[in-house]
Design a protein around this ligand. Structure first.
Ligand code: URA
Length: 211
């Protein structure tokens, strides 16, 4: 974990021994490692169950998330919850939902590489403390920033497939369309539902054989 000798705020957060401490320390930190700190209302750490086996990673908080301090509580999050509920998956109980960056970018623009870099130690610490068996990457931004070397790709060829990555041993990944994209282009909804079902079947089978 990248400790910075002079960054006491970051070190206190990264020193957290449990997820609950990490969340409390980050949410209360008033972190100013990147310019997003000047426009945000709240640091958005997550939503859901940190003891779940499924971690979902989105891009960045939007307006509702920034005001409520919870990830994916706006229209995109509500759509995600509904689609998951329809296949028998409770997002609040069976997953933890987080973002690549924890503060809202102005006008909901994509986070800049320097912002992602500044927030990366917190993202890594979340993955380490949650120790998920599955990671769902919601959208191209999450994929690009989490899987190194993924620069040129088409979402149509990437979504809905399982893969592993040597940087994250023992974790199964799947990339899905971002729910905000489905709101903009509802024709993609049936494909997204098919991918969600595929994910749930795979997870259920794997957990059943592991127990
Ligand atoms: N979009 C995201 O990527 N994350 C949120 O928390 C909300 C919308």
């Amino acid at each position: 974990m990248p400790f910075d000798l002079f960054d006491k705020t970051q070190n206190k957060i990264l020193d957290s021994g449990t997820y609950d401490d990490f969340k409390k320390n980050l949410a209360r930190s008033n972190c100013d490692k990147c310019p997003l700190s000047t426009s945000r209302h709240r640091i958005v750490v997550d939503r859901g169950n940190p003891r779940a086996k499924v971690l979902m990673i989105g891009e960045a908080p939007g307006e509702n998330e920034d005001l409520q301090g919870k990830a994916f509580v706006g229209r995109a999050g509500q759509l995600l919850d509904t689609l998951m509920k329809d296949i028998g998956f409770d997002t609040n109980l069976e997953s933890l939902i987080i973002n690549v960056v924890k503060c809202r970018p102005p006008e909901n623009r994509a986070p800049k590489p320097a912002e992602v870099l500044a927030c990366n130690p917190f993202l890594k610490k979340q993955i380490e403390l949650v120790a998920p068996k599955f990671i769902i990457l919601l959208g191209a931004v999450a994929l690009k920033h989490i899987i190194p070397g993924k620069k040129e790709f088409s979402m149509a060829n990437t979504t809905g497939k399982f893969f592993e990555h040597p940087d994250f041993p023992g974790i199964r990944f799947m990339v899905l369309y971002h729910p905000a994209y489905i709101l903009r282009d509802p024709r993609k909804k049936p494909v997204m539902i098919e991918h969600l079902k595929r994910f749930k079947d795979f997870r259920d089978r794997l957990l059943a054989t592991a127990s």
